[in-house]
Design a binder for this molecule. Structure first.
Ligand code: CA
Ligand code: CA
Length: 228
């Protein structure tokens, strides 16, 4: 479904309900006591002690960055690929739309990797987090079977002084996820990055594999940075 509808205003709240990115919506000028109203489904959020909350009590914020890879490329990202197993955009897998990003060693960008050569590849992007916010979150959806303990994805959040290099693992002090492996169906991860409010968060997706056996590599979609 590709429908966008205007949310009715209350206390000068302006928002758009965007079904193209599931339950994500944009809000500007939100104030306490505002209620978001969508003509299709009624009240969907209120502003309370912990910020915007939807009917399932999940924090929902103002999206600073949304990447669903529907441009068909990685033009927003800095790409730091190793020699064989590389970050690409694929149209053979998706959570939203037609495309996702994945690791591939294939001419047609099918999620796959050479399992007999050690590799570490990255994509990263710098997101400034405004100083007037209370909390900040990174969320994304992924699949990765890989090989437990040996072939897996990772997410690092680091200052912009930290620059990934191909084939070299980053300092674990910046590691924000458990190993992403053994996940055959799409799963959502959310990471709080409130410590970067007033600063710039370098968001780094990493892939690592060793030189023996494995399964399908990391695939990601629906990468969102939001603040409340
Ligand atoms: Ca997509
Ligand atoms: Ca392996």
């Amino acid at each position: 479904m590709n429908q966008t509808s205007q949310i009715t205003k209350h206390n000068n709240l302006v928002g758009l309900w965007k079904r193209t990115t599931e339950e994500m919506f944009q809000i500007t000028n939100a104030k306490e006591a505002d209620v978001i109203w969508n003509s299709d489904i009624g009240n969907i959020a209120t502003y309370g002690e912990f910020g915007w909350q939807d009917i399932f009590k999940q924090p929902i914020g103002l999206p600073l960055f949304v990447e669903i890879f529907e441009t068909g490329d990685l033009s927003k990202w800095v790409i730091v690929n190793d020699t064989v197993n590389k970050w690409v955009v694929t149209n053979s897998e998706h959570k939203i739309g037609l495309y996702s990003a994945c690791i591939s060693n294939d001419i047609n960008n099918i999620p796959s990797y050479d399992k007999f050569v050690n590799q570490v590849s990255y994509i990263y992007i710098d997101i400034p987090i405004p100083s007037d916010k209370t909390r900040a979150f990174l969320s994304f959806e992924y699949k990765c079977v890989g090989e437990q303990n040996w072939d897996f994805g990772n997410v690092y959040i680091a200052p912009t002084t930290v620059t990934p290099a191909p084939g070299i693992e980053l300092d674990i002090n910046y590691l924000k996820t458990d190993e992403l492996s053994n996940v055959a169906d799409w799963q959502k991860e959310q990471i709080e990055i409130t410590e970067f409010i007033g600063d710039t968060a370098r968001i780094i997706f990493a892939w690592k594999n060793d030189n023996s056996v494995g399964s399908t590599p990391l695939i990601i979609d629906n990468v969102i940075v939001e603040v409340i």
